[in-house]
Structure formats: C-alpha cells, structure tokens
Design a protein around this ligand. Structure first.
Ligand code: CMP
Length: 226
C-alpha cells in the first residue's frame, strides 16, 4: 500500500477528500522504529503528532524505581503525541514501539493548519479523545474497585476492544502482549497474570493459539467482568 492509501485508512482522516489526503502524505514524515525503540520520553518537549501505520506502541509512565504502568497500547490507525502539541506542555508519557513499527510524523504547525482547514479532523479528534477518557474512567474503576482477577479480565477486554478481530462472536487478539506488559497494565504481578490466564483457559473463556489469545464468547466475558 502506498502512503496515500495508508493515510486514508486513519480514522481521524477518513472524511477528507483526495487532495487533503495527498497533502498529509506529503507533509508527513515517514519513520520506522525497531522493537523496543523509544519514540519519545515523558517530559521531553513535544513538537509533532504521530500516526501509526503499522505495528503497535505502548504508552507508559514510570516511577523513580523504574516500575512502569502501561496507560494504553495503540495500533494501526491510532495517533499519539497530540496532548503536547495542543497544550504546549511536555510529553505526558513515554511511547515505546512494541514491535517494528512504521509511523507518520506531522509537525505541530502543519497539524494546526490542517485543523483550521478541515474541521472534520478536529471533530474526529475530539471523538477519539472522548473515547480515551471513557477508557481511562473504566481503568480507574477497574484499578480502584476490582480484585486482581477482575483487573486482568478488564485488561483483556480493553485489548480486545482496541486490537482484537471479531469472528463469529469470538474475538482474536493476535500478538497478545507479554505477561510483564499485561502485569503493568493490570497493576499486578506477572505470576498473577499467568495464573489468571490459565484459570480463564480452564474455564473455557480463553483459548491460546501461539501468540494469539481467543476470547471464546466475548459478550459473555464482557458481561461477567465489565
Ligand atoms: P503527549 O503528552 O504529547 O505524549 C504522550 C502521549 O501519550 C500523549 O500525548 C497521548 O497521545 C498519549 N497518551 C497519554 N495518556 C494516554 C491514555 N490514557 N490513553 C491513550 N493515550 C495516551
């Protein structure tokens, strides 16, 4: 796929006409990152927005002892880095490539120009930021009110919503994250993740197929743990 097609597939740009898509493809800078490559660090000054063309990234905050909490895992079609370019404050989190990824970087002034010229991008951006706030509200509820099993289930549901592919009531999450990453999302240990996933497999809620996890009846699982 050429870059124009890739930009067209990004939800916040989906309402733009061919000429506008072409313009973004021209102003966007194509970047490639290796697995575990740092795209930027928390507290750095931010001057650009990034759009994911392929691969996945994790958005993390760390404490002084190097422990990390994963705020979100983003995949193709998602964007990040908008907060600093909108409010002018430093980067709110570190973003790391989870596998080899391809991104398009758009400088702040070009993005502002686009928002002025194409209000539908601003509306789509607000819609996505609202969805992220809803997700964060769900995360706050899960981390503060649920037990470890509930928190692990919540992370699996979140990943299924963000990265899963639906097929006949089942949801397949390809390239299921590492247990340590899951632990950093659920606020628990790697051992608890391993134990809970095996429990879900024994109960028939999950199946494992190589690196993929399958939720056998997504609506039921969601109903039990949301
Ligand atoms: P920025 O602050 O520029 O740099 C870090 C980026 O991580 C931020 O912009 C957002 O794009 C992204 N980010 C921060 N918090 C979240 C979150 N809770 N969910 C998804 N993305 C986030």
């Amino acid at each position: 796929m050429d870059i124009v097609e890739l930009v067209r597939a990004v939800p916040i740009f989906s309402d733009l006409d061919d000429q506008q898509i072409k313009k973004i493809s021209e102003i966007g800078i194509h970047r490639k990152y290796q697995k575990n490559g740092i795209i930027f660090l928390e507290e750095e000054e931010g001057a650009a927005l990034f759009i994911i063309i392929s691969g996945k990234v994790k958005v993390v905050r760390t404490d002084d002892e190097g422990r990390e909490v994963i705020l979100s895992i983003l995949g193709p079609g998602d964007f990040f880095g908008e907060m600093s370019i909108l409010d002018g404050l430093p980067r709110s989190a570190t973003v790391v490539s989870l596998d080899s990824s391809e991104l398009v970087m758009i400088h702040r002034r070009d993005f502002y120009h686009l928002l002025e010229k194409a209000p539908q991008v601003a509306i789509a951006l607000l819609r996505e930021l609202t969805a992220r706030l809803r997700k964060s509200d769900e995360q706050i509820k899960s981390l503060s009110l649920k037990d470890a099993i509930g928190r692990v289930a919540n992370v699996i549901i979140q990943l299924a919503d963000d990265l899963g592919k639906i097929k006949k009531g089942q949801v397949i999450i390809p390239d299921f994250p590492l247990q340590q990453d899951l632990a950093n999302m659920a606020g628990t240990s790697r051992e608890t993740i391993s134990r809970t996933i095996h429990q879900f497999i024994r109960e028939g809620h999950l199946e494992q197929n190589g690196n993929a996890i399958i939720i056998t009846n997504f609506q039921k699982f969601k109903g039990m743990y949301s």
